[in-house]
Write a protein that binds this ligand. Sequence first.
Ligand SMILES: O=C(O)CCC(=O)C(=O)O
Ligand SMILES: [Fe+2]
Length: 326
Amino acid sequence: MSNPFPVATVDLRDYRSNDPARKQRFIQTLGDSFSGIGFAVVTGHDLDDALQNKLFQQVEDYFKLPVATKQAHEVPGLKGQRGYSAFGTEVAKSEKVADMKEFWQHGQTHAAGDALHGSEPGNVQVAEQPDFTPTLKQVYEALEASGRDLLRGIAVYLNLPEDYFDAKITGGSSILRAIHYPPITQEPDSAVRAAAHEDINLITLLMGASASGLEVLTKAGEWLAIQAPPGYITINVGDMLQRLTNKRLVSTTHRVVNPPRELWHTSRYSVPFFLHPRPEMDLTCLDSCVDATHPKQFDSITAGAYLAERLDEIRAEKRAEKAAKA
Ligand SMILES: O=C(O)CCC(=O)C(=O)O
Ligand SMILES: [Fe+2]
């Protein structure tokens, strides 16, 4: 069956051009793709080839460090929000078994003078690999710039002022996550590299590696494989943007499946950037997205409160605590 909601490809240079027709086409194509399948693919973004190559080299080198070295970069009590998270620490919301991945998280550095300065833990430095954290910081800033313009386009699509999201995301709590899905060494019973889930944040910008595996659940209930061409970024709507727009833009379920057996010996790397607003952003459904045929589907909540609620749901140790109490 052909999919009635194709994943559109857009060029961010169209949005940034001074040509109103190009700009409008970008806005319409991106917005329609986000309201149809919830995903799109972007070229002309701020991560140039040199920075992408440096990023993947640094990420591969990091995960090759000895397990004990990486474990020393785990920060107790942070729910994996900064530094290293070992294999088996994250479980998708509706799953029982942990994802087959290890990952690293890099977050915002709030400027001195910002009300959020000092409110979030600092990023972890890696003495064994001094260029790792600085490279992630550079990528983080490039993706913040691309994400800001993507959201400007989305704001226009939603008939909001073009700068609607600007102040809400400047100095926001975005997370850059470098993921390693290690080779599969034994029959994984029901576990997959990343079980079906929705992202929590406003939008995600995913720098995927060469390996396939990402699949998106279509409205017809079929899994559709997505693999952006090299250098392109896959983007998708997260639950916060879905809430704000009362499901006019959809946060689509996706997963990363295991490769065929002959490729079990290979690793997969990917680097999603979860674009989060500042915690005080109000996620109340926009008036323009609520009417008699689209009644308000979500309670009002701030981004910070919503994130705290969601983070506990996906940590293996929090699940274990809850199960012990039950
Ligand atoms: O690894 C990928 O391609 C996607 C990962 C993902 O969906 C996530 O971490 O939220
Ligand atoms: Fe995801």
